[in-house]
Ligand binder design. Sequence first.
Ligand SMILES: [Zn+2]
Length: 105
Amino acid sequence: MEDRTRLVAGGNLLQAHSWKGMLEACGIEVELRGEALLGGVGELPADLQDVELWVSESQYEAARAQLETLNTDSPQWQCLKCHEMNEGSFELCWHCSAERSERLS
Ligand SMILES: [Zn+2]
């Protein structure tokens, strides 16, 4: 049995399912885990929290890269200096030329 690594934790069920589908489309095998999933399938709330995605260790890097691609789909970032919104492709704020800096949530 191959070792598995936790890829992400704390997503909700809908998000986890969309990630799972996306990763599986890339040939990465994904396992959904979560406390609430133990309770039986079929009546899960759509906003279920604390879902975890697990992948095999050998596919972890590829899975991470795929997730990062997905995350860059949220294209804008906000300048911490002047609070202007900038397109994701900008490395400097168009407004005040401050370097791109983001709060990591
Ligand atoms: Zn700025």
